[in-house]
Design a protein around this ligand. Structure first.
Ligand SMILES: *[C@@H]1O[C@H](CO)[C@@H](O)[C@H](O)[C@H]1NC(C)=O
Ligand SMILES: *[C@@H]1O[C@H](CO)[C@@H](O)[C@H](O)[C@H]1NC(C)=O
Ligand SMILES: *[C@@H]1O[C@H](CO)[C@@H](O)[C@H](O)[C@H]1NC(C)=O
Length: 558
């Protein structure tokens, strides 16, 4: 009895929804295809649309200017916590993933009690695929992507790998980390990771039956550093295009980023050629702030924001991100609505026509209507993290942000370049390159074409400027020493966190401290574990594997 009531209701809701949509536009009859492109370790200032002229990202920029630029967009400070937040819609303190990353030899993973984004979308009829990085656990097969809601996976399980030999060094361990589903993919040796993932994404798009909605999660290796023996792997002929960049590491970084941007163009073009683009939602985002100035043997830029990856300064948590879709009303906007990475799960679930009331207790908020219609956001605060092992925490409420403690003893608490604002001859932003890019041409076919005026206006609006005319320039700068006392910043007036207002606004500081304590009371302990020697790839044909599923080697290890 109850079953039939439910079926009838579902049919009614589905049809009602479709009728309502078809009223607006015949293109919206079906649940939209969702393509979620995640860059790894891309900094705030590594995309052209935030104002840097140094490394062109014309395809990413074309999506940004013809969609919505998410300019008050927060991710978490490092890989595993960020991906756990994306997949569950929960703050990492609520899943035990709040402290550093998950290492390949740790016998843990994102708890199996969590229901993940692809599982939710699968229930709505989606085909679900992941291409690239997982980083949420693999010591038992049940933790790996094809057991957690994805129909297929071509990619890797740990936090990084070499882009050519696909091995991951987590010293002293070293092994292959590239798979199709559960099978090691030795045959891909010598092919460049970004090209492999692009080819696979294009193949999935081109062979997709459009009568079914598609969810493609494309989690790039780029622009994360590779192994220490080749930290910034990019093809030499690509690096050679960036001869004007004098810093050797930044020049190699440019090569890695160029390949990432090219991939975005090829994927969007494939969506258009397959006839899916007019009914697609495309997200492009970083997972965390950029590792700048040699941090993690990399050369990203978060300028002018403070700090780097794995710090709770804006440079660690304010992310480069955008949403593109023909479903967006009045596209070509810079969004200042607060948005957190945990919001993607409910937001995309709503975009897919799901009822967010079914998502249970999560921290994410549905911002689909907020972004679609440019409405005020329901989100007023973001917990950046509470990590009692590092001893740091940060919370934003409205314009205010509290920063308690820091990482690395404060070594990475400064501001790092390059600014990319044309200090080198020949650096000029090329708007025609954006319009003529693969993505630029593809999106022009399903929406309003870009113009130089639109590009210039949005680019100016999206740039963060901490100029010398700020209200603080005349006063003495108030230094923050987060290891000694909590700091307070007004992020709206001071996005670069240069002026610690803790002494000036003690009541505000106290309110934020109380809030942190309240949220902290809901935290679960971090789940980090000691490395298990059975994980050593030497025991498993030199591959990283689901070592917890086998016991035969116990004697060999001890
Ligand atoms: C796509 O799927 C629909 C529904 O299952 C089916 O009727 C159709 O034949 C499929 N098209 C192709 C080209 O396979
Ligand atoms: C904000 O939340 C309220 C209550 O859940 C909801 O009715 C409203 O639609 C939300 N606003 C937006 C823009 O989503
Ligand atoms: C959070 O709560 C734990 C356990 O009660 C405590 O040890 C820790 O100091 C608290 N952290 C913060 C940042 O308040």
């Amino acid at each position: 009895m109850e079953f039939w009531v439910a079926v009838t209701l579902t049919l009614f809701i589905t049809e009602g929804w479709q009728q309502c949509s078809s009223f607006k536009s015949p293109q919206q009859n079906h649940r939209p295809h969702i393509v979620f492109i995640m860059a790894d370790d891309l900094g705030w200032n590594d995309v052209g649309f935030h104002g840097s002229n140094q490394i062109p990202t014309p395809n990413i920029d074309a999506l940004a200017y013809s969609g919505v630029i998410l300019n008050q967009y927060y991710v978490t400070a490092i890989c595993t916590p960020s991906r756990s937040a994306l997949m569950t819609g929960k703050y990492p303190i609520h899943t035990g993933m709040q402290h550093t990353v998950l290492y390949g030899a740790e016998p843990r993973g994102l708890p199996l009690t969590e229901k993940l984004l692809p599982q939710y979308l699968k229930e709505l009829g989606y085909a679900t695929h992941i291409v690239g990085k997982w980083h949420l656990g693999s010591y038992h097969k049940e933790y790996t992507p094809t057991y957690r809601g994805f129909d297929s996976h071509l990619g890797y399980w740990t936090g990084h790998h070499d882009y050519n030999d696909h091995t991951a060094v987590e010293s002293p361990y070293w092994g292959l980390d590239m798979r199709r589903g559960m099978e090691p993919a030795w045959d891909l040796h010598g092919q460049y990771s970004t090209d492999i993932f692009t080819k696979e994404a294009v193949r999935l798009i081109k062979t997709h039956n459009a009568s079914k909605p598609l969810f493609l999660y494309m989690a790039h290796a780029a622009v994360h550093s590779g192994n220490p023996y080749n930290p910034l792997p990019a093809p030499d002929e690509v690096v050679a295009k960036f001869g004007s960049i004098t810093d050797y590491n930044r020049r190699r970084f440019a090569g890695v980023l160029h390949k990432l941007d090219e991939s975005v163009g090829k994927v969007v073009q494939a969506l258009q050629e397959a006839g899916l683009l007019h009914n697609s939602v495309v997200v492009f985002t970083t997972d965390n702030g950029g590792p700048a100035a040699g941090f993690n043997i990399n050369a990203a830029s978060n300028w002018p924001l403070r700090g780097v990856k794995n710090t709770l300064w804006e440079g660690g948590v304010r992310g480069a991100g955008l949403l593109w879709s023909p479903l967006i009303h009045r596209p070509g906007r810079v969004s200042t609505q607060l948005f957190h990475i945990t919001d993607w799960l409910p937001t995309l679930y709503a975009a897919a026509g799901g009822d967010v009331g079914h998502l249970g207790e999560i921290d994410g908020m549905n911002a689909w209507m907020t972004l679609l219609e440019d409405l005020p956001s329901n989100r007023t605060s973001v917990l950046h993290n509470i990590d009692d092992i590092y001893g740091n925490a940060a919370l934003t409420v409205g314009d205010w942000k509290i920063v308690k403690g820091t990482t690395y003893g404060g070594m990475w608490d400064s501001w790092y370049g390059p600014s990319g604002r044309g200090e080198t001859a020949g650096q000029k932003y090329d708007m025609y390159q954006v319009m003529a890019s693969l993505a630029g041409r593809a999106v022009a076919r399903v929406g309003t074409p870009l113009t130089p005026t639109i590009i210039q206006t949005l680019r100016n609006e999206a740039e963060v400027i901490c100029d010398s005319l700020s209200m603080y320039a005349h006063a003495e700068r108030l230094e923050c020493k987060p290891l000694i006392a909590p700091c307070l910043f007004n992020i709206r007036n001071d996005p670069c966190e240069q002026n610690n207002l803790a002494d000036m606004y003690p009541e505000t500081l106290q309110l934020l401290e109380v809030s942190i304590n309240e949220i902290n009371a809901t935290a679960v302990p971090p789940s980090n574990l000691a490395w298990d020697p059975r994980a050593d790839p030497r025991f498993w044909d030199h591959t990283w594997t689901n070592f917890g599923d086998y016991s035969i080697l116990n004697s060999a290890v001890s």
